[in-house]
Design a protein around this ligand. Structure first.
Ligand SMILES: Nc1ncnc2c1ncn2[C@@H]1O[C@H](COP(=O)(O)OP(=O)(O)OP(=O)(O)O)[C@@H](O)[C@H]1O
Ligand SMILES: [Mg+2]
Length: 328
């Protein structure tokens, strides 16, 4: 059973993870790195929550603090109602963590990796072995039971790491970039596995830099960049929010004609940005905008070298919020 959060007993749906103005600054020989700069999160029990952001956004640092591996510089975080700094030992018992790197024990076979973890968490030998078999079965790894981590494919190794994180039946499962480096087939297979876990009631927090993954899996997500949350909510909510227009981009073979500015007056157009030879139009009603940009160019004797139209998506949310294209 999860204890109610320390600061809000009995209020609202049970909270599995909460952070308040969480900060982490790494100090190093080349100065301070403000990796996380004031993150407020709330994840409900049973929820599938994602932290989505580009490289260096602070995702691993945030998940590191939540899993007690990184000590916050300031602010607070509770997991299962327990402060991650003051009650780190108890927090560790209630969570499972799958890190981005392969951390399986290469001297042990698949079964033993799980059995040892069970013993570490205080299970009897019999219970640990039973749980190991149950998990291998659940994750269709039975035929790899005796295989060493070296003999596993990338997808199998990741599944085994998830099994190992689940041995002690954690209340919250944290996954840092679970599908990074997997081929598309293995990625989709792993999505199935994670969905299955959630259907059984597992609370899951994952980080990813794949927009598609966040969109596929997460009930709610926070878009992070430079250590801050830019926006959070459901995927649909994010798309409906202020920043979710269709974005029409056109590159000209010269300075964009001044007349593109006139598009600002058209209804259904939120914003027109000109940067160098590129023009970006953020539109609620995108029909005809692309044609008009081409026509405006032609009238001024400027050709179009590149054009694209992005429908509202996490991509356009990111673009609108940061002014930068999201590259993963
Ligand atoms: N141990 C550390 N010491 C110093 N700086 C660090 C350390 N770990 C991370 N950083 C820096 O903190 C910032 C955030 O890094 P973090 O690993 O949390 O980002 P991330 O979102 O997980 O990125 P990625 O998608 O590349 O995994 C980066 O600028 C990174 O270089
Ligand atoms: Mg990371």
């Amino acid at each position: 059973m999860t204890a109610p959060p320390e600061d809000a007993p009995g209020e609202g749906p049970p909270v599995a993870v909460r952070t308040t103005d969480l900060h982490k600054t790494y100090s190093g020989p080349r100065g301070d790195v403000p990796a996380v700069q004031g993150i407020d999160l709330e994840v409900a029990e049973g929820e599938f929550f994602g932290l989505l952001g580009p490289n260096g956004a602070g995702k691993s640092t945030t998940i590191g603090m939540l899993t007690t591996l990184v000590v916050p510089t300031s602010g607070a975080a509770q997991v299962c109602g327990l402060d991650v700094v003051r009650r780190s030992v108890e927090v560790k018992r209630r969570i499972g963590m799958v890190s981005q790197n392969n951390t399986l024990d290469n001297d042990l076979n698949a079964f033993e990796n799980l059995e040892f973890r069970g013993r570490y968490f205080g299970m009897s030998g019999k219970d640990a072995r039973r749980r190991a078999d149950e998990l291998l079965e659940m994750f269709t790894l039975q035929d790899r039971r005796k295989g060493t981590p070296f003999e596993l494919s990338g997808g199998q190794a990741k599944r085994l790491m998830i099994c190992r994180a689940l041995v002690h039946r954690p209340e919250v499962l944290f996954l840092d970039e679970p599908t990074a480096g997997l081929d598309p087939q293995n990625r989709v297979n792993l999505w199935e596995v994670l969905r299955g876990l959630q259907q059984e009631g597992q609370t899951i927090v994952l980080t990813t830099h794949y927009m598609e993954e966040a969109e596929e899996l997460c009930d709610r997500l926070a878009v992070v960049d430079h250590g801050r949350i830019l926006a959070s909510g459901t995927v649909e909510g994010l798309k409906d929010s202020a920043g979710a227009d269709t974005v029409i981009s056109v590159s000209y073979d010269g300075t964009p004609p001044e007349d593109v500015g006139k598009l600002r007056e058209r209804s259904g157009i939120e914003r027109v940005e000109v940067a160098g030879e590129q023009v970006r139009v953020f539109a609620r009603e995108p029909d005809g905008v692309l044609g008009e940009l081409v026509a405006i160019g032609a009238a001024a004797g400027v050709g179009v070298t590149d054009a694209s139209q992005l429908r509202p998506s996490l991509e356009t949310v990111f673009l609108t919020l940061t002014g930068r294209e999201y590259r993963d």
